[in-house]
Write a protein that binds this ligand. Structure first.
Ligand SMILES: [Cu+2]
Length: 154
């Protein structure tokens, strides 16, 4: 066997080994998550308070389906800060990212504070079905009715 042919065979063997080991070491969960993360996001808009100063979420009831990718667009058009606090809900989703201004935050998110006249996009995939409470934790706001429910149905 000449050296050229040996080199070619060695190259092919290395490539085949790399490809096969790549397939074998890819966990199914990671493969599924990466496919889910690429599906188009469904847009959902929530407004925290309003220009008139009402202490409410608009809408106050949100519904999601497990396994679908969402872009929750949060907008605070009011003259004060508000929180989007739903910790149990946050435990039941896979957060892909939060996009806020020029910053993109990746990883688990549990609570967002939106200052006056700011917006943020929360991209996630619900995993566990259930009904979760939502509230604004600014002192007095929950008591004034700035609460809601988030349902992951399915
Ligand atoms: Cu508030």
């Amino acid at each position: 066997m000449n050296i050229q042919l040996r080199r070619v065979i060695l190259h092919v063997a290395v490539i085949v080994t790399v490809v096969i080991s790549g397939i074998l070491t890819q966990p199914n969960g990671a493969l599924a998550a990466s496919n889910l993360a690429k599906q188009p996001a469904m847009d959902v808009n929530v407004t925290l308070g309003n220009e008139a100063g009402d202490l409410q979420f608009f809408p106050a009831h949100l519904q999601f389906e497990p396994g679908r990718r969402y872009n929750l667009h949060l907008n605070n058009p009011s003259n004060q800060k508000h929180y989007f606090t739903a910790k149990d809900f946050a435990d039941g989703i896979w957060s892909q990212k939060v996009d806020a201004g020029n910053v993109e935050i990746k990883g688990a998110i549990h609570e967002l504070e939106l200052r006056s006249h700011t917006q943020a996009d929360w991209v996630f995939i619900p995993l566990r079905s259930g009904t979760y409470s939502l509230r604004c934790t600014v002192p007095g706001h929950t008591e004034a009715g700035m609460v809601g429910t988030i349902e992951i149905a399915g």
